[in-house]
Write a protein that binds this ligand. Structure first.
Ligand code: 2HG
Ligand code: ZN
Length: 485
C-alpha cells in the first residue's frame, strides 16, 4: 500500500471549503475540540486531525469526499469511537480529517411486511434495537458497546457480538446499503430484497472493510420476530471442556432455542465483581469458569422456564455444571448480562491488558484456552489470563491482564510477544487472529502471515482499484506493501 499523499490545498483554504459544506457547527478545528476524536477507547493511539467534520446528510458527505479526493486529503470515518483496534483514530501527521457520522441519526422506516429497518449510520445500535422492539420486532445484533457504537461502524467492522450463533454477524443482517465511495460518488444500494443476484455483492465488500473502501451512510437491516419468552441463566463450570459439553447438551435438546452462550473465566468474573459497582456473583461459591446461557423462542406456549430448569437440572446431575441460577425477572436477567458485558471495562480498570480477539472452531475452544493460558503464563510470570466471550460461535476474547504490581508500560511493551504467542496457537487450531473487532491499525502487521499470497494480493487490487490514492482510512487493515512475504 502506498502512503497517502499530502493535501494540495492550504489548510485555511480547505477549512473554508469544508465549512461551506457542513456549516460552522459541523466542523471542529481547535486541538482541544478535536482531541476526543483523536484517541481510541483503549487509549492506545493518540493522533491529530486537520479537522473533525460532521456532515448532516449523504449529499454533504459526498461533497466532502469529492473535495478530499480532489485535494488529496486522507479521511478517517468515525462512529461511536469504540474500536478496540484503533480503527477510527487518525494518525499523528495532522493531515487527516475525521469524518464523524453522528448527525446522520434518523431511523427512516420500519416495514412490518418486509421485516426491515432503514437506519442511518449515526444511529446507535441500542437506539436501533429499541426502535425495532417498540415496533414489535427485534434487531438481533447485540454487542457490549451497543450504547455508543453506531450502525455505520457496526457494519464497517462486521460486528458480531452475543447472538451470532443464532442470527449471524452484521453481514448476515444487511439487505441493503447506501455508501459514499472514494471518488465521492454515491452507491445507491438501499434495496430490501432477500434474493438479488445481480453481479458482485458490493454491499458485502463494504461491510467489514473498516472504512477503507467507502463510507456507509444508511443501511437496510433485516429484523426478526420478537421472542415471546427469554430465559437467561448463569452456570458455574469447572472449565471450558465442561462448557462445551453444556453447549452440546443444549443444542442436542433443541438447537433453535439457544440465543447466546457466553464463556467467562473465574479471573474475569472476579475483576468484574470487585471493580464494577453494583455487581455481585449470584451463586453460592466462586467457580473456575462460568457460562451465561440465553434461550429464547417466538412461540407463545413454549414453557421455556420449565424447559431451562429441566435441562440445567440434567446438566447438574451429569456433573457438567456445578451450580446455576436462572433469572427470575427482567431486572435479574439484566444483572446477569451486566456481569458479562462489564468484562472489558473491568479489565480496563485492572490496569494494562492485551486483547486477543480470536476465533477457532467451537470444538477447539477448550484446547485454545488451555494452551494459550499455559503459554502466556510461561511467557510472563504473574500474567492474569481472563478469557471470555462468545463461545457458542467460537470467538474468545483471550485477554491478558498485567501482573499485579508490574508497570503498565512494561507490560504493554510485551504486547506483540503476547499476541504472537496466542496467535501461533490459534493458527494451529485453524482459527483467525481477528474475529469480530477488525484489524484497524493494531493488527495490519499480522495480515501477510495470515492472509498472504493470492488473498492479500486480491485485497490490494481491490483497494487500489477503488481508492487509488489511498485516502480512505489509510493505515488500517492493509499493511505497507514492503511487509508482504
Ligand atoms: C465484548 O465481547 C467485546 O465484550 C469486548 O467484544 C471484548 O474487551 C474485549 O476484548
Ligand atoms: Zn465480543
Amino acid at each position: 500500500m502506498t502512503a497517502s499523499p499530502s493535501p494540495t490545498l492550504a489548510r485555511h483554504d480547505l477549512i473554508a471549503r469544508f465549512t461551506e459544506i457542513v456549516g460552522p457547527t459541523g466542523i471542529l478545528t481547535d486541538a482541544a475540540d478535536t482531541a476526543p476524536f483523536c484517541t481510541d477507547w483503549r487509549d492506545l493511539y493518540h493522533g491529530r486531525a486537520l479537522a473533525v467534520l460532521r456532515p448532516a446528510d449523504t449529499e454533504a458527505l459526498s461533497r466532502i469526499v469529492r473535495l478530499c479526493a480532489e485535494h488529496d486529503v486522507p479521511m478517517v470515518p468515525q462512529g461511536g469511537n469504540t474500536s478496540m483496534v484503533g480503527g477510527a483514530t487518525p494518525d499523528g501527521t495532522g493531515r487527516e480529517v475525521v469524518i464523524c457520522l453522528s448527525r446522520m441519526n434518523r431511523i427512516r422506516n420500519i416495514d412490518p411486511h418486509d421485516l426491515t429497518m432503514e437506519v442511518e449510520a449515526g444511529v446507535t445500535l441500542k437506539a436501533a434495537q429499541e426502535a425495532a422492539w417498540e415496533a414489535g420486532f427485534m434487531l438481533p445484533l447485540s454487542i457490549s458497546s451497543e450504547g455508543s457504537a453506531q450502525i455505520g461502524g457496526v457494519l464497517a467492522t462486521n460486528a458480531g457480538g452475543n447472538n451470532t450463533l443464532r442470527y449471524g454477524n452484521a453481514r448476515e443482517l444487511v439487505l441493503g446499503l447506501e455508501a459514499v465511495m472514494p471518488d465521492g460518488g454515491v452507491f445507491h444500494g438501499l434495496r430490501r430484497l432477500r434474493k438479488d443476484n445481480t453481479g458482485y455483492a458490493l454491499r458485502q465488500l463494504l461491510v467489514g472493510s473498516e472504512g477503507t473502501l467507502g463510507f456507509i451512510t444508511t443501511a437496510i437491516m433485516q429484523l426478526s420476530p420478537q421472542p415471546r419468552e427469554i430465559v437467561a441463566a448463569l452456570c458455574a463450570v469447572e472449565d471450558a471442556d465442561a462448557a462445551l459439553k453444556l453447549l452440546g447438551l443444549l443444542r442436542g435438546r433443541d438447537p433453535a432455542l439457544v440465543q447466546a452462550f457466553e464463556f467467562m473465566s473465574g479471573t474475569g468474573m472476579d475483576l468484574v465483581t470487585s471493580l464494577i459497582p453494583a455487581t455481585s456473583l449470584p451463586l453460592e461459591e466462586r467457580a473456575p469458569a462460568y457460562v451465561l446461557v440465553e434461550l429464547a423462542t417466538p412461540r407463545p406456549d413454549a414453557e421455556l422456564r420449565e424447559y431451562a430448569e429441566g435441562v440445567l437440572g440434567d446438566a447438574l446431575e451429569a456433573g457438567i455444571i456445578t451450580d446455576a441460577v436462572i433469572a427470575e425477572s427482567e431486572g435479574q436477567r439484566a444483572g446477569l448480562w451486566k456481569l458479562r458485558e462489564e468484562h472489558a471495562e473491568a479489565q480496563r480498570r485492572a490496569g494494562a491488558s492485551v486483547k486477543n480477539d480470536v476465533s477457532v472452531p467451537v470444538s477447539h475452544v477448550p484446547e485454545l484456552i488451555k494452551r494459550a493460558t499455559a503459554a502466556c503464563t510461561a511467557l510472563i510470570p504473574g500474567i492474569r489470563p481472563a478469557p471470555f466471550g462468545h463461545m457458542g460461535d467460537g470467538n474468545i476474547h483471550f485477554n491478558l491482564v498485567q501482573p499485579e504490581g508490574m508497570a503498565p508500560e512494561a507490560f504493554l511493551a510485551r504486547s506483540h510477544d503476547i499476541m504472537d504467542t496466542v496467535a501461533a496457537i490459534v493458527k494451529e487450531l485453524d482459527g483467525s487472529f481477528s474475529a469480530e473487532h477488525g484489524v484497524g491499525q493494531l493488527k495490519p502487521y499480522m495480515m501477510p502471515a495470515w492472509r498472504g499470497g493470492a488473498e492479500l494480493a486480491a485485497m490490494r487490487h481491490i483497494k487500489a482499484a477503488l481508492d487509488p490514492r489511498n485516502l480512505m482510512n489509510p493505515g488500517k487493515v492493509l499493511p505497507p506493501a514492503t511487509q508482504d512475504a
